[in-house]
Design a protein around this ligand. Structure first.
Ligand code: IMP
Length: 426
């Protein structure tokens, strides 16, 4: 049985924690897009683990697959594997698609140079080389894991790529070029470390499904960062929405049983681009501090705002969400009232659906409903019925406005601080 877990907002919704919780019930956990731009913070038995590339299922001792849709930084991957090994995880559980694309040092450099070149129009990327690596993939000049495992071919590809890239770096960006031999030597050393993990992961996942195993697809980033469906150009270069799970793993859509969206009880975003329900001032500061809203990958303070159900409805639509996991509900405890954006206003008109014109979206003012808050500490609550009435009402309002039922609720960072309302694998 295949279940896809996607971010229903701008990323950082708490997918890592929910994946970790669900991984206990799964046999295989798979990442299908993005790269080390993602940052999943998972707390197990009081210990904090920060993962960027490897699916958080590894912490539950499950087969953890990096699918073909992911762009892989070999050095980062090996460092993460080494860290997990030290933490007592079994590294042999990590599997890497042979057709995933490799992030090269020039992708990092170009990511920075392109951002500088954009000036005021900068995207606010994580500077991990993600965009340039996907550019090369689409331009058919990328280097894949399978190439990395063939030293002669790899050297040839690096040498060819660098004739192009060095030209660009030196002539357009007035930057220094790279030495092909040095780059190939460094990466071929990484290749030895990666080789035991590499396989045809489409076969592995499809076989697992044919054997009746439970496979969890773990999205990175979120709907509004999808290169097609997000707030383009303020997006990442891959497909966090549910369709990305098929393309990024080699599993057909007919095999996907359920798609669940993860959403914070409020909204956050890192990087630039419009966010209508953004809060400035004291309330924004309060949510940021209480919710520890600082990027896992970059440490940047996240922009925060009230929950935006226009965005949730949009995510339900573009990913076909069967349900929602609402995270960080505890962060809202102690507020007298809580606002929720239900629609926008633009030039006097009501806007009920996410507008694709970013100029319009940037000028949208949210229409809010104000709901009563609760004062109780809910971090120790373990069942829906034990939540304060106002918290239950808040969740019911989200279900109604987003158009999807709540499957799970998170009331703290720990694995045990999770309330399961409906079973995701049922
Ligand atoms: P890139 O993926 O590094 O190219 O960054 C593109 C945009 O996606 C920027 O706004 C980043 O802040 C954002 N982004 C990338 N990964 C994440 C993530 O894991 N969480 C939240 N935002 C992200």
């Amino acid at each position: 049985m295949a279940v896809v877990l996607v971010g229903a907002q701008w990323g950082d919704e708490g997918k890592g924690k929910m994946t970790d919780f669900l991984a206990e019930k799964a046999d295989v956990v798979v990442r299908y897009q993005g790269g080390s731009n993602a940052g999943h913070t998972v707390v197990v038995a009081g210990k904090t683990h920060k993962l960027h590339l490897i699916p958080s299922g590894i912490l539950a001792g499950k087969i953890s697959v990096i699918g073909n849709g992911v762009v892989v930084d070999p050095g980062q991957m090996l460092r993460e594997i080494a860290g997990l090994e030290l933490a007592g995880c079994d590294p042999s559980l990590v599997k890497l698609s042979d057709i995933a694309h490799v992030i090269m040092p020039y992708h990092h450099r170009l990511d920075s140079l392109e951002e500088v070149g954009r000036g005021d129009r900068k995207i606010g990327t994580t500077q991990r080389g993600i965009g340039p690596a996907y550019m090369d993939k689409a331009a058919r000049s990328g280097i894949r894991v399978v190439d990395l495992l063939n030293p002669a071919l790899f050297r040839e590809k690096v040498a060819y790529q660098l004739t192009q890239v060095n030209h660009l770096l030196e002539r357009v960006y007035d930057s220094e070029g790279f030495d092909p031999d040095q780059m190939a030597d460094e990466y071929l050393e990484h290749a030895e470390g990666l080789a035991p993990h590499v396989c045809d992961t489409s076969v592995l996942i499809n076989d697992a499904l044919d054997e009746g195993k439970k496979v969890l697809f773990e999205g990175a980033q979120g709907t509004m960062l999808d290169v097609d469906h997000g707030t383009y150009p303020y997006v990442t270069s891959s497909h966090p929405t549910a369709g990305g799970a098929c393309i990024g793993t080699g599993v057909g859509p007919t095999k996907i049983r359920k798609v669940i969206g993860v959403a914070k009880a409020y909204t956050s975003r890192v990087g630039d681009g419009p966010m209508p329900s953004e809060l400035h001032g004291d309330m924004g500061e309060l949510l940021r501090e209480r919710g520890a809203e600082y990027g896992t990958t970059t440490g940047r303070p996240r922009r925060v705002g009230w929950l935006d159900t226009v965005i949730l409805r949009y995510s339900v639509r573009v990913s076909g969400l069967a349900g929602l996991c609402i995270t960080k509900l505890d962060t809202l405890s102690g507020l007298e009232t809580i606002k929720v954006a239900t629609a926008y206003r633009h030039e006097g008109e009501r806007v009920a659906e996410y507008p694709h014109d970013l100029g319009v979206f940037g000028e949208c003012e949210p229409e809010y409903v104000e709901l009563p808050g609760w004062s109780e500490d809910i971090t120790g609550v373990r069942s829906h019925s034990d939540l304060p009435a106002a918290a239950q009402d808040y969740l019911a309002a989200i279900e109604e406005m987003a158009g999807a039922p709540v499957y799970m609720i998170s009331v703290g960072p720990g694995r045990e601080q999770t309330i399961e309302v409906q079973g995701v694998f049922e």
